[in-house]
Design a protein around this ligand. Structure first.
Ligand code: ATP
Ligand code: MG
Length: 303
């Protein structure tokens, strides 16, 4: 059974469809990114998943439990941070953890120590939250939602406002949680490169619709790459390539010609170019990035 199942999730406000029949599954130990530009519907989707906003249609199941029919039972297994974590500024980090853990019966002192270590806050846990940096507050927020050992973590734009070191650190914590503790993590962002580094799969959402789901590891193994040849006679090279590769778009930039081909076509291309008397000074292949994929899917329209 999937950790999270979302079926035809829809939100309408007035005549406007903000989230349009989103269907997706995610598994235990997986980090799934919800990627889309500002206003795409990420926060709305997340709010409906965790019951902070009513749905206009569709169904959400957490470990098979319907969130509508059995809200409390479903949410017991979920840790959520939408926007900024709610924390008491004038209490220490530790007292915040004690305060929030009272809502869940059976949280031990040992578990609190464990989550503090998990987010590397050992040295600051007795300081008042008012003295914390944004990154430290984010980490404490994460500790608060981890205390009750959720099997699903839902984080809306958790890297907002963090510096690159903070983002890297958060990424480390989340990968540890997913990899070592089997927590499923649903995370939203509008930053493609960040999603690419953080997630196992990325669901692209555009104008409320899910337009594609991509496994990052598949993209890394993708045999079709952009290849750039550095040559001394680019015009002639284009002519040669057009005869053997009709249909593939070829672009040139001074001495470089670029073409999307399968890797196993590279030897044939180099042979053809050399046979035409063209000198080759370099061959570079570029892995297709999430950004390329996104442009391929949406026709470059990122809004
Ligand atoms: N209460 C509301 N009433 C009307 N429209 C709303 C309401 N809440 C959200 N919207 C609209 O729904 C769309 C999706 O908003 P949402 O906040 O889910 O986007 P998002 O993907 O999270 O964007 P961002 O990257 O800016 O956080 C936007 O066009 C927004 O204007
Ligand atoms: Mg949002």
């Amino acid at each position: 059974m999937s950790l999270l199942q979302i079926r035809d999730l829809t939100k309408k406000i007035g005549s406007k469809v903000i989230v349009d029949q989103v269907t997706l599954n995610m598994e235990k130990g997986e980090i799934l990114g919800l990627l889309g530009p500002n206003g795409a519907g990420k926060t709305t989707t997340i709010r409906m998943i965790v019951g902070l906003m009513s749905k206009s249609g569709g169904q959400v199941l957490i470990n098979g439990t319907d969130t509508q029919a059995h809200f409390e039972q479903a949410m017991k297994q979920v840790g959520v941070i939408v926007e900024n974590p709610d924390l008491y500024k004038y209490l220490s980090g530790y007292d915040n953890l004690i305060h929030f853990s009272r809502m869940t019966p059976g949280v031990t002192e040992a578990r609190i120590r464990e989550v503090v270590a998990l987010v590397s806050l050992e040295h600051n846990i007795n300081d008042k939250v008012a003295t914390y940096s944004l990154g430290m507050r984010q980490r404490l927020g994460l500790a608060v939602v981890l205390v009750h050992k959720p099997s699903l973590l839902v984080l809306d734009e958790p890297t907002n406002g963090l510096d690159p070191a903070g983002i890297r650190e958060l990424r480390g914590h989340l990968k540890h949680l997913a990899g070592q503790e089997g927590v499923g993590i649903l995370i939203s962002s509008h930053l493609m490169s960040e999603m690419e580094q953080m997630c196992d799969r990325v669901a692209i959402i555009q104008k409320g619709k899910l337009v594609g789901i991509h496994k990052i590891s598949d993209m890394a193994d993708d045999q079709r790459s952009k290849v750039s040849f550095e040559v001394d006679r680019p015009d002639l090279a284009v002519q040669v390539l057009q005869t053997i590769m009709s249909g593939n778009e070829i672009t040139t930039d001074h001495r470089h010609i670029q073409i999307h081909v399968d890797k196993d076509q590279i030897p044939e291309i180099t042979r053809m170019l050399m046979a035409a008397g063209i000198n080759i000074f370099g061959v570079h292949t570029f892995r297709q990035s999430l950004e390329d994929k996104f442009i391929e899917i949406t026709g470059g329209e990122y809004h």
